[in-house]
Design a protein around this ligand. Structure first.
Ligand SMILES: [Zn+2]
Length: 82
């Protein structure tokens, strides 16, 4: 049984996770913009803690304090992954 479990958790598990990520996580600019406008938290781990980085014009680079995901935010116009 543990052997079968390992197999599922191996390559198949990784591919499954990638598929889930692809299907359900907001990755397009439009989806991310909507996400941040509505939830104001990290789409990867739901954290609301962000470190602010360099700013340019009305955009600001932020890094999630928990999972380290980085985003370029210029709300309400757009949000995108860096
Ligand atoms: Zn995060």
């Amino acid at each position: 049984m543990p052997e079968a479990f390992d197999r599922v958790e191996g390559l198949g598990g990784l591919m499954f996770q990638a598929l889930i990520k692809f299907l359900f996580k907001p990755d397009t600019r439009t989806a991310l913009t909507k996400w941040f406008m509505k939830k104001q938290c990290c789409p990867d781990c739901m954290s609301t803690e962000f470190y602010e980085g360099p700013t340019g014009g009305c955009a600001v680079n932020v890094k999630c304090a928990d999972c380290g995901s980085t985003f370029n935010l210029a709300l309400p116009m757009f949000a995108e992954r860096i």
